[in-house]
Ligand binder design. Sequence first.
Ligand SMILES: Cc1cc2nc3c(=O)[nH]c(=O)nc-3n(C[C@H](O)[C@H](O)[C@H](O)COP(=O)(O)OP(=O)(O)OC[C@H]3O[C@@H](n4cnc5c(N)ncnc54)[C@H](O)[C@@H]3O)c2cc1C
Length: 461
Amino acid sequence: MNLKERMAIPRQNPVELPVEERITNFKEVIKGYDADMANTEANRCLQCKKPTCRKGCPLNNNIPEFIRLLREGDIESAYWTIRETSSLPAVCSRVCPQEFQCEGHCIRAKKGEAVAIGMLERYIVDWMVENNKNLMTPCALPINKRVAIVGAGPAGMTVAYYLAHEGVSCTIFDNLPVPGGMLSVGIPPYRLPRAITDAEFDALRACGVKIKNNVTIGKDKTLNQLKEEGFDAVFLGVGAHCSRRLNIPGEDMDGVIHGVDYLRRVNLGERLELGDRVVVVGGGNVAIDVARTALRIGSRDVFILYRRTKAEMPASKTEIHHLEEEGVKIEFLAAPVAIHGKEGRLDRIECIRMKLGEPDASGRRRPIPISGSNFMIEADAIIPAISQMVDDTAAKGLNVKRTRWGTFETDPDTLQTSIPWIFAGGDDVLGPQTVAKASYQGKIAARSIMRFLKDNQVNET
Ligand SMILES: Cc1cc2nc3c(=O)[nH]c(=O)nc-3n(C[C@H](O)[C@H](O)[C@H](O)COP(=O)(O)OP(=O)(O)OC[C@H]3O[C@@H](n4cnc5c(N)ncnc54)[C@H](O)[C@@H]3O)c2cc1C
C-alpha cells in the first residue's frame, strides 16, 4: 500500500452502545474493533522514522512496532512489544487520555485524525485474552528479598509487576475490600470493565504477588512494623483519595457528597440514590464520571457546573461527547458560592456567573466572578468533583517529608523519600494524574528499589 492509499483510509470509529441502552446500566460503552477494523486502522499508520507518538506516551510504548506486527498478523509479538514497556496494557488501552498523549502526538493528527492507537492496543490485548494466551512472562527465581507495597492502584501494581520479575517477594496492602485503587473505585465499569482489572491481578498473583485487602497501613499496621516483620523496603502508592472541598457555606449538609467518595461507594456496590436533580461541580474526568454514574443510578436531571468554558475543560473530548449524548447539561461559567436548605438538608444551590480573565499558572484563562450575578438552582444533591489530595495515614508516625501540596517529597530520579527504605510514586507524588503516569513512576521506583536492595546486600557482606 502506498502513502496516498494509507492517507485515504478514514479513522475507524468503534461501535458504541446506543445511548438509550447504556444509561440504564454500567456495561462497557465503547466496543472493541473486530479484525477487519483493526487491520484497516493499522494500515493508517505511516510507520514514521521518528515516531512522535512514542514521545506522547508516558511509558514510551513502541507504537509503530506493535502496529507493524499487527499489520503482519503477528498479534502475539505485537502484545509482547507492548509488554516490554507497559505493565497494564489492557487498562491503559481503555482509559489513557490518548488525545493528550500518543494520539495527540501522532503526525496524522496535524492534518486530520490520529491513528486510533488506543483501540489498536486494546484489540491486541483483548485478542490475547480471547485466545487464552499467557499475559505475563514467567517470574524470576526468588532472591530472598521482601518488599511491602502500600496501595493496590496502578503505581503499586506496577512496582509489584517489575519486582516480581526480579525474584523479589512482594506483598501489597490496601485499605479497600477490592484491589485496583482508582481502577476499581474511581473509573466506572462502563469505561473499564472490572474483568479487565481482575485479569491483571490474577496475572500478578500467578507471579507470586500477595495482595492483602482491608489493611490500612498507619492504622492496622505501621510502616515501622512492616520493617520489623522483615520487609527490606516499602513503596507508598496510596494515591490521592481525599476530595478537595468547595469551602463554601452549607457544605456539610445532607445531600452533599464529594466526587471520589460518591464513586467509591457506588463502585463498592451501594446504590446511592441522590434524587432527581443532581448538580456536579467540576470540569475534569472525575466530574464527568460522577455525572454519568448518577444518571445510570436513576437521577433524571443531572447537570454540571463548570467555572470556565468548554474550551478549558480538562476532560477528554470523547468523555465530553458521551456526557452530552447521554443528556447531561453543562452550565458553563458558573460556580457555587453557598448551599442552602432546611433542617440540615440542601434544597438550593446559590451560584455566581463567571467571566474569563488572563491565563493562570495552568495556562487556562482564570475565571473571575461577576459581582451581583448570583442565581439559585434547585437541587436534591450536589457532588463537588474539583480535585483530590493525598491522605497521609500510611506514613503516620514517620517523618516522611511532604511537599507544600501534601504529596510525598521524593528524589525525582529514584523516587526515594526522605527515609531511605521508603519509596513513593503515582498520584501520591504527582498529585491526581493518569494511570500511565502512575504506572511509569511504579516502574522507576521498582528499578530504584532493586538498586537499594542490592546495595544493602553489598553492605551486608
Ligand atoms: C473518577 C476517576 C476517573 C479517572 N479516569 C482516568 C482515566 O480515564 N484515565 C487515566 O489515565 N486516569 C484516570 N484517573 C486517574 C487514575 O485513576 C489515577 O491517576 C491512578 O489510579 C493513580 O494510581 P495510584 O496507584 O497512584 O493510586 P490509586 O489508584 O489511587 O491507588 C491507591 C490505593 O492505595 C490505597 N490506600 C490509600 N491509603 C492507604 C493506606 N493507608 N493503607 C493501605 N492502602 C491505602 C487506596 O485505597 C487505593 O486503593 C481517574 C481517576 C478518578 C478518580
